[in-house]
Design a protein around this ligand. Structure first.
Ligand code: HEC
Ligand code: HEC
Ligand code: HEC
Ligand code: HEC
Length: 499
């Protein structure tokens, strides 16, 4: 063989694997392109399985959020919370968050949402659906925001039938990340640090989460519907003065706003929801440009395809693909680091709830002895501000890790305010010859609920009736309307803190 043909043959042989590789890359490229191309998804499509037909990898990982299904009863872990929330739905039932798969199910099952018997009864407002379902932006579009936020929770029972889904975070026409909730855009513009016009793609990888993982309140808004006066409870973020606990407190105080009046201490109270985003931005990861998705939706490579895992859950389930992407160390070290941060938070949080619960009970005693509003006002202000701080620090369940310094700083403030309240109350109690008063026992959930006059057995019985009747009807009606996605509840097992 001539030298040139040997070279030619060798070259030709060498190209075979190259060609094969190119073909396989092409194949993967083809899949990658399908993933990047935008198939036609109906506007307002709330059934994730419909989106999943075009994006099976995202859909499959998204459905795996069902694996996080443990119920952890927080009131059992720290019964003092029952005293802190007396007169407010959270004293009835409060569990740790589970996977997004359960968002709607847990909202339906919690004792907090009560036991409506038709579409007009029940204790809560429509606003309580807001962070549970892509049916919410669909309904806001259909009925208008003011109508959506008017009336009872049960009003939309047969319309909100799908749990968190693709439509909460993606635009069906472009597949781009989108903010499906206008109240977040209004809050960003009012706060001013990040105007909606300046949002980058990396910002969006946090802001889609901030639509739900943020502090909010229901702003009473009068409006007129064809001459008829109505009141809406519009989800609003208290961000106008900034995102810190003190900024929001100032905002609420300036409106004289309270979520409820505490039946024992008669304090006008604030309930913090879950300021995950607000606390996260103070932490080292946010300041280094990370977004929520960087840890909670890590990239997965399968063959030549790279996509975002939609199994939003604990990053500790996959330390190798999250923390260890950027850090050196072992999985064990990282798990221990996070555990230590959690233990530090728990230590201060437990101190704070114990002190605040005693303050409420001591205030109740002072009232019962005839203390005057003037005597009580300074202590009640401390209770309000102390409990707000504690709640702000702990209600975002990841804050102990996202922003450990800020969390511990705010908890220290809560303890300080709580002790201030108790000092002032001691003086009042002494004036009424009760200087040695000790708060009654609230060491178990049962004792604490009895102490605040909560008829737990009745709540559970009524709830069970609701679960077996109206809840079932809602899904049936949702199905008749072509809204409900049976895949979203496949093999759903009833898990609650009370059954
Ligand atoms: C439409 C509202 C909504 C959006 C958007 C949303 N969440 Fe959630 N998230 C929830 C609710 C509600 C729960 C609690 C579900 C339950 O307990 O049933 C939850 C639970 C979680 C949990 C706990 C999961 C577990 O297994 O313990 C994490 C972590 C979380 N969300 C992170 C995120 C991140 C990160 C994003 C953005 C990529 C995000 N969420 C977007 C509403 C939302
Ligand atoms: C809680 C918000 C959220 C929900 C719900 C959600 N996604 Fe995503 N999705 C994201 C984020 C964040 C990214 C990353 C975007 C980026 O960085 O470009 C993403 C990326 C994607 C991408 C681009 C490719 C990739 O994997 O990075 C596709 C396609 C996608 N999602 C499909 C879906 C489908 C289908 C569903 C419903 C089954 C869904 N998403 C539900 C937040 C969400
Ligand atoms: C640097 C990584 C990282 C980033 C970025 C991050 N988180 Fe987390 N997050 C964690 C870790 C670690 C935990 C604790 C998990 C555990 O205890 O199992 C956590 C916990 C949580 C929890 C509580 C989950 C539960 O079941 O108790 C929520 C909710 C959450 N994060 C939401 C968010 C949101 C929203 C953002 C963006 C605003 C965000 N996270 C950004 C790492 C991160
Ligand atoms: C995308 C990159 C990235 C990922 C993913 C990431 N980190 Fe970090 N982390 C950083 C950077 C950057 C810093 C700041 C380093 C500095 O200032 O020296 C940091 C700082 C820290 C610190 C020191 C600050 C503190 O709050 O105590 C800890 C601890 C930490 N990370 C833990 C984790 C854990 C646990 C995870 C996984 C859940 C994780 N990180 C995921 C980039 C990352």
């Amino acid at each position: 063989m001539k030298k040139s043909s040997v070279v030619f043959t060798l070259c030709a042989l060498a190209t075979v694997p190259m060609v094969l590789l190119t073909l396989s890359i092409r194949e993967n490229k083809a899949e990658q392109q399908v993933m990047n191309a935008v198939p036609a998804i109906k506007e307002g499509e709330t059934r994730s399985s419909e989106w999943g037909k075009h994006y099976p990898r995202q859909y499959d990982t998204f459905m795996q959020t069902r694996k996080s299904d443990e119920i952890t009863d927080v009131l059992k872990q720290d019964p003092a919370m029952v005293i802190l929330w007396a007169g407010y739905p959270f004293a009835k039932d409060y569990n740790k968050p589970r996977g997004h798969y359960y968002a709607l199910e847990d909202n339906l099952n919690t004792l907090r949402t009560g036991a409506p018997v038709d579409n007009k009864t029940g204790p809560l407002a429509t606003a309580c659906w807001t962070c549970k379902s892509p049916d919410v932006p669909r309904l806001i579009k259909r009925d208008g925001e003011k109508e959506f936020f008017t009336g009872t929770w049960a009003k939309y029972g047969d319309e909100v039938v799908n749990p968190i889904g693709c439509g909460d975070c993606h635009d069906s026409a472009t597949m781009k990340l989108t903010l499906s909730r206008d109240y977040l855009k209004r809050a960003l513009d009012a706060e001013g640090r990040l105007k909606t016009a300046d949002i980058t793609h990396q910002d969006m990888r946090s802001l889609v989460c901030a639509q739900c993982h943020a502090e909010y309140y229901f702003k009473k808004t009068e409006w007129e519907d064809k001459g008829q006066k109505k009141t809406a409870a519009v989800v609003t973020f208290p961000w106008n003065k900034g995102l810190s606990a003190e900024n929001m407190e100032e905002y609420y105080d300036s409106y004289g706003f309270s979520d409820w009046t505490h039946p024992l201490s008669k304090t006008p109270m604030l309930k913090a929801q879950h300021p995950d985003y607000e606390t996260f931005v103070t932490g080292v990861h946010s300041r280094n440009g990370l977004a929520c998705a960087d840890c909670h939706m890590s990239y997965v490579r399968e063959g030549g395809v790279k996509y975002s895992s939609h199994k939003v859950g604990s990053p500790l389930d996959d330390i190798a693909n999250t923390c260890l992407n950027c850090h050196n160390g072992t999985e064990k070290e990282f798990r221990e680091t996070v555990e230590k941060k959690l233990a530090r938070k728990e230590e201060l949080a437990k101190l704070a709830t114990d002190i605040l619960a005693r303050a409420h009970l001591e205030a109740a005693k002072a009232w019962s002895l005839g203390a005057t509003e003037e005597e009580m006002a300074p202590a009640l202000q401390d209770i309000r501000h102390g409990q707000w701080r504690w709640d702000y620090a702990v209600a975002g369940h990841g804050a102990f890790f996202h922003a450990p310094e800020e969390t511990l700083r705010v908890l220290a403030g809560a303890i300080n305010k709580g002790q201030d309240a108790r000092l002032k109350l001691r003086t009042v109690l002494a004036r009424y010859n009760a200087a040695d008063f000790t708060a009654p026992d609230f060491s178990t959930k049962e004792k604490a609920q009895a102490l605040v006059g909560l008829d737990y057995a009745k709540l559970v019985e009524e709830k069970k009736t609701f679960l077996n009747t109206l809840k079932q009807e809602w899904f049936k009606k949702g199905e008749e309307k072509g809204l409900y996605d049976p895949a979203s509840r496949k093999d759903m097992v009833l898990k609650t803190s009370y059954n």
